[in-house]
Design a protein around this ligand. Structure first.
Ligand code: SAH
Ligand code: SF4
Ligand code: F3S
Length: 433
């Protein structure tokens, strides 16, 4: 029997799809297959912004015909969207052909839910309020070699006023440091060359005496030839101890993803981010004082309720001042149940579009300028994949920059020194040396 998983959302969700695949294996689904050939189709949804939800709604709706024609096909919908208040019910009403609805907290019961479904023919709905335990129950089927994702914590306590994550993912829970280290050691033994530690807010990690800096220190001390990445960090929890650990280990990539969201202090206050523009820039100065070539990337939201043109321009000027190497940019999307969704002063769509267009143009210009500086330099790339269209291998350097190159032999999983001959937008092209 075959499975097909459709994933929306963040790296956390991508990794959870790997865990779902692991659970499906225990339930007798032995291999991944194209949608039309699958005996079970699982949607792992996201609800961070409205368009993520619309996307999932469209794709689920499109399965009505296949479901009618293919006897025995099971359709399961899980992930953050199902965990939203009232959403499971709405999905069931809109798409009565869904067989299983499961929230993020009861992912671990998916095998039982499938067995329930096989016994009877009612829709099985299981959405728990909170998952208490953080230990894993099935080996994930990993899909991102040479990188491996490792959860270090789940949930979020920050309640940024625009964000739905704390509502759908529950309160922060840290995994035990022993379990994390055991997993990392096994992955390195199995040949993984990049470990990415995952949490909504990794800096709040705590297991007894072990905080995030100590955990990172321990992970980077594991023997072997591999790199370490981590995400996401919150500027309010930025610490000199973290910078010291990053500086100490060659294995830790000199890259920090530090979402700032906005460049204006009034807007940051309304967002409940608990830092100011000045504090954020001080943190970057401290970081670069210790690790001068550390690259910083960020997330930015435009058109938060009541944001004025001048306040938006503060975001533009922050992008200049912070010297980001790239940024994810979003138009504010109201999420039911969050504080910001009740705020007055929604920004009209045309204004929001104009702002994001200007912001993207600036971010792209900064990224291109940084790329151009690579030409003539030699960088170490971890080869990730082969791009059949381009006929080139590709990989990223420790700063996160993508590099393409030619090779006669399979280089996936190898560290390669590339002499950069050309920079095109965000991508680099080079020759192996
Ligand atoms: N825990 C991480 C990532 C959260 S989601 C963090 O705190 O940084 C990733 C990004 O989505 C956020 O950083 C934010 O920029 C964006 N985002 C979250 N909610 C949003 C909303 N309602 N509208 C637009 N963008 C949003
Ligand atoms: Fe959302 Fe803020 Fe938590 Fe990130 S830190 S997940 S933006 S509430
Ligand atoms: Fe991730 Fe989306 Fe959930 S961003 S945590 S999958 S709401």
């Amino acid at each position: 029997m075959k499975y097909h998983i459709v994933t929306y959302g963040c790296q956390m969700n991508l990794h959870e799809s790997e865990k779902i695949a692991g659970i499906l294996k225990t339930a007798g689904y032995s291999q991944s297959a194209p949608l039309e050939e699958a005996d079970i189709i699982v949607f792992n949804t996201c609800c961070i912004r409205e368009n993520a939800e619309n996307h999932a709604f469209g794709n689920i709706g499109a399965l009505k015909k296949l479901k009618r024609e293919k006897k025995g096909l099971i359709i399961a919908v899980g992930g953050c969207m199902v965990q939203e208040e009232g959403k499971a019910k709405l999905l069931k009403e809109k798409f009565p052909f869904i067989d299983i609805l499961f929230g993020t907290h009861d992912l671990w019961h998916l095998r039982e839910l499938i067995e329930d479904k096989r016994k009877g023919n009612k829709t099985v709905i299981s959405v728990l309020d909170e998952r208490k335990e953080t230990e894993d129950h099935a080996d994930p089927v990993r899909t991102s070699y040479p990188n491996a994702w490792v959860n270090i914590m789940y949930g979020c306590n920050n309640f940024c006023s625009y964000c739905i994550v704390p509502y759908v993912r529950g309160r922060e829970r840290s995994r035990s440091a022993t379990a994390i280290l055991r997993e990392v050691e096994a992955l390195v033994r199995d040949g993984y060359r990049e470990i990415t530690l995952l949490g909504q807010n990794v800096n709040s990690y705590r297991d007894g005496e072990v905080d995030f800096a100590r955990l990172l220190d321990a992970v980077a001390s594991v023997e072997g030839n591999f790199r370490v990445r981590f995400m996401t960090s919150h500027p309010k929890d930025f610490s000199p101890a973290l910078v010291a650990v990053m500086k100490k280990h060659k294995k830790i990539c000199k890259h920090l993803h530090l979402p700032v969201q906005a460049g204006n202090n009034r807007i940051l206050g309304l967002m409940n981010r608990r830092y100011t523009r000045e504090k954020y820039l001080e943190e970057l100065a401290l970081l670069r004082g210790e690790i001068p070539d550390c690259e910083v990337t960020t997330d930015l939201i435009v058109a938060f309720p009541t944001e004025t043109e001048e306040e938006f321009e503060d975001t533009l000027s922050l992008v200049e001042a912070a010297d980001f190497s790239s940024a994810f940019t979003f138009i504010y999307s109201p999420r039911a149940g969050t504080k910001a969704a009740q705020m007055e002063g929604r920004i009209p769509e045309d204004v929001a579009k104009d702002r994001i267009t200007r912001l993207i143009a600036l971010v792209n210009r900064k990224t291109r300028e940084k790329s151009a500086r690579y030409v003539g330099k030699t960088v170490e790339i971890l080869c990730e994949d082969f791009d059949a269209k381009k006929g080139l291998y590709l990989g990223r350097d420790e700063y996160g920059r993508m590099g393409y190159f030619k090779s006669e032999t399979d280089m996936v999983g190898e560290f390669v020194n590339l002499k950069i001959t050309e920079a095109n937008g965000i991508s680099l092209y080079g020759e192996m040396v």
